[in-house]
Design a protein around this ligand. Structure first.
Ligand SMILES: Nc1ncnc2c1ncn2[C@@H]1O[C@H](COP(=O)(O)OP(=O)(O)OP(=O)(O)O)[C@@H](O)[C@H]1O
Ligand SMILES: [Mg+2]
Length: 271
């Protein structure tokens, strides 16, 4: 079935090879994600929270094809993302990572980094952007404008930019192929606190302007309150609770969610 159903993950299990144990070098696999089912509807923002190592990034990696699930299904608008042909075509989903510097090639100009996506997906390139350097520059400048960066950033390398500027470039690059869903994996947590709020605001305004859905992975429950329609709580590879954001904060059902909220209040001395 097709149609605008958004992201649908069902019974997802992902394992990694464990460390070698003993002299025989046998590995017992680590189950990082265990039978997780999670949907992100069109234009919905779902926050994925939970302690370190609970499997949040693994879910993100499975969605964008960076790890292969042991079992389960992942579909976007009814099309399986685990089918290699569809994955190769897939540009509905873009991901933004935690460290803006390591996700950009330091040897490439911003323009080249952004334009690269159009070579992999010519069908998504703005008219002439692959063949006419002036048109490519125009298309890049347009994207930079969408993320609040000046045209002259196009010719710079990541090393000449601040962390916040680099993250804006990563967002521009993520938008280059016209995605419908943005996955943000701790996308603001590596930035200075003052810059975090600005980049968060940018993500929210881009989401509104382009009617995107979002899977927003974060440790910061304050951020969750600001951005999420729904919250999914992970613990040790399992989804323990999923609820709309207001009811989750008002009346968490699971003991672990209550602990998580209480811990956040304890840490929140500065606000
Ligand atoms: N490449 C890997 N090889 C082996 N084990 C891994 C690998 N990546 C993650 N793991 C393990 O899988 C589990 C889930 O890790 P994951 O990175 O998905 O957690 P997370 O919720 O994103 O944590 P954090 O909040 O610290 O980013 C952890 O036990 C982790 O040690
Ligand atoms: Mg992670």
């Amino acid at each position: 079935m097709t149609g605008a159903t958004g992201l649908r993950i069902a019974d997802l299990t992902v394992t990694y090879p464990g460390p070698r144990t003993g002299g025989l070098g046998r590995r017992s696999p680590i189950t990082a994600v265990r039978t997780v089912s999670l949907d992100v509807a069109p234009q919905e923002t779902v926050a994925l929270v939970g302690e370190s190592g609970s499997g949040k990034s693994t879910i993100a990696r499975a969605i964008v094809g960076l790890v292969t699930p042991a079992s389960g299904t992942i579909e976007y608008d009814g099309v399986s993302l685990l089918d290699r042909r569809h994955r190769a075509q897939g540009r509905d989903i873009a991901m933004i990572f935690q460290d803006p510097r390591s996700s950009l090639n330091p040897r490439m100009s911003v323009e080249a980094s952004i334009g690269e996506a159009w070579h992999a997906h010519p069908e998504a390139a703005p008219a002439g952007a692959r063949t006419d350097p002036r048109r490519r520059r125009d298309a890049v400048v347009h994207l930079l404008g969408q993320v609040g960066l000046d045209p002259d950033v196009a010719g710079k390398r990541p090393t000449a930019l601040s962390g916040g500027q680099c993250q804006r470039v990563s967002i521009a690059r993520a938008l280059a192929l016209g995605p419908r869903l943005l996955i943000c994996d701790e996308a603001v947590s590596a930035l200075d606190v003052s810059v975090q709020a600005q980049v968060l605001q940018l993500l929210v305004s881009v989401r509104e302007a382009l009617s995107l859905s979002m899977l927003f992975i974060t440790h910061d429950l304050g951020v969750v309150r600001q951005v999420a329609d729904r919250v999914a709580v992970m613990r040790r590879g399992e989804l323990v609770e999923s609820a709309d954001a207001q009811s989750l904060f008002a009346a968490p059902q699971h003991e672990y969610t209550r602990e998580l909220l209480a811990a956040a209040v304890d840490l929140d001395v500065s606000r």
